[in-house]
Ligand binder design. Structure first.
Ligand SMILES: [Zn+2]
Length: 305
């Protein structure tokens, strides 16, 4: 996105399995169950894991739902001809233009026009990795779309375990951090399912935020005054914000009782457990979504014909 990194939020997240879950391998299986868990070779053995790309996809579709609730135009349909990515494929804009003209969800998660701000690492099991068990999946075609009617089907599920991952949000605007907060809240409330068979009761998980860390890089890092930290979005840290259509200035005062660590280049605030004050920034997202007007409205109509 930008050549320089000016701020970053790193969320340490645990994902607790809360019922049968299947995150399928994308590879064709030579033997074993028809629907096998995705595995990785790690610590000298094969174990199940949650690929970062699948997690990102799940968080993205949920963010789309949240966005459309507030303003139907604020999220494009990433699979349609009218998507930001398809339009940029034709137009080949500069990165700053692509960012400026994208829908709010592409601004956060990216499109073919540019890489997104949010990155998710692969999630590995904490402690001993759960062992998948086989379940009979007759009728699974209704959610897989791939199996023959009435065929007997084996699928692998895990029913317990905790996976640890980190989310990295780089060069964020405050509304993006706030939207991530709403997504994490819904994940904690068990409202986001992962993997296959969501409509059939599979995929129940519960997120648990273990820590939120905010880094500021460079000389515009904020200080703590009277227990308040001025949280700065990229619009208050980056000189060419207007070229990208970034909200500027972008700053909000939040309570912070911890120590600020700084080595003169990187300044870090750490919020352990659930102490990050999401409520103090929530309005940034709501206002941005409600007031969003779509710069690509005309081109999207062309794409639909
Ligand atoms: Zn879009």
């Amino acid at each position: 996105m930008f050549k320089q990194l000016v701020n970053e939020c790193i969320v340490t997240l645990h994902i607790n399995i809360d019922g049968p879950v299947l995150v399928k391998s994308g590879l064709a299986q030579v033997s074993g169950p028809d629907m096998a868990w995705v595995r990785v070779f790690r610590n000298g053995r094969e174990e199940v894991y949650l690929p970062g790309s699948s997690l990102k996809g799940v968080l993205r579709s949920h963010a789309e739902r949240i966005a459309r609730t507030l303003n139907n135009r604020s999220a494009c349909d990433p699979f349609a001809d009218s998507s930001c990515g398809r339009i940029f494929d034709k137009r080949k804009p500069k990165t700053s233009e692509a960012y400026r003209d994208s829908c709010l969800i592409c601004k956060l998660f990216g499109s073919t026009g540019f890489a997104g701000r949010l990155a998710t690492t692969d999630a590995y099991a904490l402690g001993a990795p759960p062992e998948p068990v086989q379940r009979d999946g007759v009728g699974i075609d209704r959610f897989s779309g791939g199996a023959a009617h009435g065929a007997k089907f084996e699928l692998e599920v895990i029913t317990e375990g905790t996976f640890a991952t980190t989310l990295h949000l780089r060069n964020f605007e405050l509304w993006q951090l706030a939207l991530l907060g709403f997504v994490l809240q819904d994940l904690s409330d068990g409202l986001i399912r992962i993997g296959m068979g969501k409509s059939r009761g599979l995929g129940q998980v519960c997120g648990e935020v273990k820590q939120v860390r905010i880094d500021f890089l460079g000389l515009k890092a904020p200080q703590v005054v009277n227990g308040q930290l001025s949280l700065r979005g990229v619009g208050s840290l980056f000189d060419d914000a207007h070229e990208y259509g970034i909200v500027s200035p972008d700053e909000v005062s939040i309570p912070y009782s911890g120590e600020l660590r700084s080595n003169g280049v990187r300044t870090t605030a750490i919020f352990p457990g659930l102490t990050f004050p999401w409520a103090a920034i929530g309005d940034r997202w709501v206002q941005r979504a409600v007031s969003f007007t779509d710069p690509l409205a005309h081109e999207r109509q062309g794409g639909r014909q």
